[in-house]
Every structure is written in structure tokens, then in C-alpha cells.
Design a protein around this ligand. Structure first.
Ligand code: ADP
Ligand code: MG
Length: 292
């Protein structure tokens, strides 16, 4: 390759918010036919807010928020931060949490005021609870319009379901339209619940969804598609996306995302604007044409 053409391409990218860290990414980008896109923080703003608290029989909404937030104080997850903000906005003083532990892709637990409190997805929180199906149905109602529903249990008893909404980025529909026009297959990849993921995908016109994927399995999805002969780019923002970003032919990180994601990707999109993917592809094509 001609280093000069690459340098020109890198410079042009930077001026349009496409930061190229790895020259090879710029060369390969034009050959991409599939893009795997993380949901939370990539398609969506990644600034979720609590929109509803459904207290289960006899439970108290305010207590639910207070206990959930107390445990989530220890979490770095955007969902956890949403719960803590909601409690603060409600003017609640948060008790201390003891024995805090978190499980990636599952949730968090700890002891609050002497009670064992769990917050997270259904398998993490409900486990074998006898009325799990009935409670999960309540959660599914909240998920039907794209909210993430998380469960809260106190001393092993299901206590409440929290709905957390994360708006789609303003630029996402335009970016997806551009990718579709270029004939690129779009696959949504998320650790979130299937019902939520499908509701968001439907709204965005994405017809391929891989949901409930554990952090350690995200890169396998990229490897699988690659083994099927696809040229795969992966776009993501989180720590849990880093291995998948590294496994893809081109990794695309959000500038708004974690440092680990940015370091694992060849390209970073300033402000997390996904329309940069189409610009990166055009830039790659122009650069390679110059070289040829
Ligand atoms: P994504 O791939 O969408 O970024 P994650 O893999 O980080 O999602 O998390 C998957 C799911 O695990 C979340 O949708 C949520 O149900 C649960 N979860 C993970 N961390 C937390 C937390 N701190 N509080 C509550 N739920 C959590
Ligand atoms: Mg994410």
C-alpha cells in the first residue's frame, strides 16, 4: 500500500469524526458485508433512565428503589447508574451496601440493612422462584416497548420490577438506512433480554437479532459469521464488547465508550455517531482506489 494515500485517508477521516487508529482497518473497511452492532450505548444513547417501578404484591415502590439503588452504588454498569440517579432524584438517602458482588451480564447483589438484595436479569434474580413465570410476564409487558426490565429480590423473595429506558441515538436511523443502501447486513448483538432487543430492532427495521448473549460469547458471534465467509465489522462501546471488536475484521468503537473498547478497535467514531460507519466505508473505497 502507498503510505501517502493512507495518511491522506486518515486525515480526511479525522476531519469527519472517523478516527483511524489502525491503517489496516481503513484498507479492509471497503470489503465489509456484515456489521454486528451492540445495542446499549451503540445503537442507543447509553444513558438509561428509570421510567417505572412495578412493586409486586404488598411491596413498596420507594423501598424497592432505595434497596436497588443501595446495591447499584457499587456498580459501574449504566443500568446501575440509572437506578442510583433515580433514587437521588427522588431524594432518597442510600444506606450502605456490604458484601457487594457483581456478575457481568447478570446483575449485582449485596447486603443492605441486613437484607440480601439482588438486582439484575431474570435468571440472576429469580432463579428457581416458584412464581418466576408470573413475574417474568410482568417484566415482559415493560419490555414490549423496548425498555429493559430488571428484577429486584429481597431475602430471596421477588420484590419489584424496574423499567429502564434508553433512547435510540438521533443519528441511528440515518446510519442504518445508509448501511442498508450499501447492501450491508446488520446484526444486533446484546446481552439484554430477547423481548426488549426485538422491540428495539423492530422499531429500527433490523431483522437479525442475537439477544441474551453473555459477555464472553459476544466474540463467538463474530467468529461464527466470519467462518460462514462473511467480512465482519463489529461496532460497540463496552468493556464486554472488546473481545468481539478485536475478533472482527474491523472493530469500530464509540468515542463515547470505554477505553478498553477504543483500544481494541481500529476505528473510533467521535461522539458515537454511527453514520461514521458509512463514511468510513466510502473513505476506505476512495483510499484503495487511489492506491490501485
Ligand atoms: P449489553 O450487551 O446490552 O451492554 P450487558 O451484557 O452488560 O448488556 O448486561 C446484560 C443484562 O444483565 C442487562 O440487560 C441486565 O438485565 C443485567 N445486568 C447487568 N448488569 C446489571 C446491573 N448492574 N444491574 C442490573 N442489571 C444488570
Ligand atoms: Mg454496550
Amino acid at each position: 500500500a502507498t503510505p501517502m494515500s493512507i495518511m491522506v485517508g486518515v486525515g480526511r477521516g479525522a476531519r469527519s469524526g472517523v478516527l483511524v487508529r489502525d491503517a489496516e482497518a481503513l484498507q479492509v473497511m471497503e470489503t465489509i458485508d456484515t456489521i454486528v452492532v451492540d445495542k446499549t450505548g451503540t445503537l442507543t444513547e447509553g444513558r438509561p433512565t428509570v421510567t417505572r417501578i412495578v412493586a409486586l404484591d404488598g411491596a413498596d415502590e420507594q423501598r424497592a428503589l432505595r434497596l436497588a439503588a443501595a446495591v447499584e452504588q457499587g456498580s459501574e454498569h449504566p443500568l446501575g447508574q440509572a437506578v442510583v440517579s433515580a433514587a437521588k432524584d427522588a431524594g432518597l438517602a442510600l444506606p450502605e451496601v456490604h458484601d457487594f458482588t457483581s456478575e457481568a451480564g447478570g446483575g449485582v447483589r449485596g447486603t443492605v440493612d441486613g437484607h440480601a438484595v439482588l438486582v439484575g436479569n431474570s435468571s440472576y434474580v429469580l432463579g428457581e422462584a416458584t412464581d418466576a413465570d408470573r413475574i417474568e410476564a410482568r417484566a415482559d409487558e415493560l419490555r414490549a416497548d423496548g425498555a429493559t426490565a430488571i428484577h429486584l429480590s429481597v431475602d430471596g423473595n421477588p420484590y419489584a420490577v424496574l423499567a429502564i429506558a434508553d433512547p435510540v441515538k438521533e443519528t441511528t436511523p440515518e446510519a442504518l438506512a445508509g448501511l442498508r443502501e450499501a447492501g450491508i447486513r446488520v446484526v444486533m448483538l446484546t446481552g439484554d433480554n430477547r423481548t426488549t432487543a426485538e422491540a428495539v430492532a423492530r422499531r429500527l427495521g433490523i431483522d437479525e437479532v442475537r439477544a441474551e448473549v453473555l459477555p464472553e460469547h459476544k466474540s463467538e458471534v463474530v467468529q461464527q459469521l466470519t467462518a460462514e465467509g462473511r467480512k465482519v465489522a463489529m461496532a460497540g462501546d463496552g468493556v464486554n464488547d472488546a473481545p468481539a471488536l478485536a475478533a472482527a475484521a474491523v472493530g469500530i468503537a464509540m468515542g463515547t465508550g470505554t477505553d478498553v473498547a477504543i483500544e481494541s478497535a481500529g476505528i473510533t467514531l467521535l461522539k458515537g455517531d454511527l453514520t461514521g460507519i458509512v463514511r468510513a466505508r466510502n473513505l476506505s473505497h476512495a483510499t484503495m482506489r487511489n492506491i490501485r
